[in-house]
Design a protein around this ligand. Structure first.
Ligand SMILES: [Fe+2]
Length: 377
């Protein structure tokens, strides 16, 4: 009913806990984003590892979207170094890349296509036991990858999903100094993604009391702190950092729904969190009109926020979008390009694994209409 593999360490300056967490290991590989190098956090992390008595190798300059090719490129270097501990220091894509690397490194015999989901109708083989420990240190507050057992990998233009507790990080270090460096737009988009994780996780068919607690706390935190966090308030940004992980714990158990299915297939348009923010009010309306369960669940969220009902909740979500400057879909993609890919997106969203968890089963035609409705709004 509820699982969490990851031990969570938090607090300002908690990056320092790497010293203790890496002691006893011999060779530590750190996968880091360029921004973590630029802000000095990579140097700091390397020092803690050396103080613990381990050798360290750092790899930076990872692309925004993890692909099988990129991992195959640096795998020989990793094999030569033979790390006995992996550290991912960066945003969701750095953590996802490190998880995928762990699969290839620990189980070289594995045929990756066989263990990955392409859509909800695929039946992948289960992943064997993977031995190398993984520590995730997220620098953004949104993706929840520091607790989840999922990694999205591209190969030949197709996105493959590897989902297994084997790749869920063993430890997550949540140091609020790291997300302080996020530019406002990244903080907004990832913060709104946290809200959508909370709302969708609360409303799926797999939601339960335990995931609900995490989802509700994350949702409340976004409404209470996102705007202050965007103004650069340190405490608010710290709260948002923890809320991102809480929402991650919620969706790790309760999964997500139609909004994420739609934004995944529209990923070519813009950032993940931004697309979710644009789609969510329309998806909520769609679900609420068709499902009594969805209405009841949105009503519950509304009451937790001191609002009347699901309609007021949708208005509150729209209001937050407006106040934080979320654009309209038609402002970020031109009509011809959008219409040209509409059928393909609707068909693929219908096949997305997450649709099975949405409170309402949506047909390709309905998803197409929903995409159109968002575009025209
Ligand atoms: Fe998301």
């Amino acid at each position: 009913m509820f699982w969490l593999k990851t031990r969570i360490i938090g607090g300002k300056g908690s990056l320092e806990k790497l010293r203790k967490e890496t002691s006893g290991y011999e060779r530590v590989l750190i996968m880091a984003s360029n921004s973590m190098r630029r802000y000095g956090f990579l140097d700091e992390a390397e020092n803690y590892v050396r103080e613990a008595g381990a050798e360290v190798l750092s790899i930076t300059g990872l692309p925004a979207e993890p692909s099988v090719d990129v991992i195959e490129d640096f795998l020989p270097r990793v094999r030569e170094f033979e790390p006995d501990l992996l550290v991912a220091l960066g945003g969701g894509s750095v953590i996802d890349t490190t998880k995928a690397l762990k699969v290839f490194y620990d189980a070289p015999e594995l045929n990756f296509e066989e263990i990955a989901f392409i859509d909800r109708f695929s039946k992948p083989k289960s992943v064997p036991k993977l031995k190398t420990k993984l520590i995730a240190v997220p620098s953004t507050s949104g993706a929840g990858s520091e607790v989840s057992g999922a990694s999205v990998l591209k190969k030949g233009g197709i996105k493959y999903n590897v989902v297994t507790p084997e790749i869920a990080p063993d430890v997550a270090i949540l140091d609020p100094r790291l997300p302080m460096a996020m530019p406002r737009e990244v903080a907004r988009n990832s913060g709104l993604d946290v809200l959508v994780h909370g709302i969708e996780a609360y409303t799926t068919k797999a939601a339960n009391d335990f995931s609900d607690a995490m989802a509700i706390k994350a949702i409340k935190t976004v409404f209470d702190y996102l705007e202050k966090s965007l103004e650069g308030d340190e405490k608010a940004r710290e709260k948002m950092h923890y809320a991102a992980t809480m929402a991650g714990i919620a969706f790790l158990n309760a999964r997500l729904g139609l909004c994420h299915a739609m934004s995944h297939k529209a990923a070519w348009i813009g950032s993940h969190g931004l697309l979710n923010a644009i789609f969510i009010p329309h998806v909520m309306e769609f679900n609420a009109r068709r499902s009594e369960y969805a209405r009841k669940r949105y009503d519950e969220i509304a009451r937790e926020l001191g609002l009347n009902d699901w309609r007021a909740l949708i208005e509150a979500v729209k209001g937050l979008n407006e106040r934080t400057g979320v654009p309209k879909l038609s402002e970020i993609v031109d009509e011809e390009t959008f219409m040209g890919r509409l059928d393909e997106m609707a068909e693929k969203a219908y096949r997305d694994g997450l649709l099975s968890f949405n409170p309402v089963e949506a047909k390709p035609k309905e998803i197409k209409e929903l995409y159109l409705k968002v575009y025209k709004s």
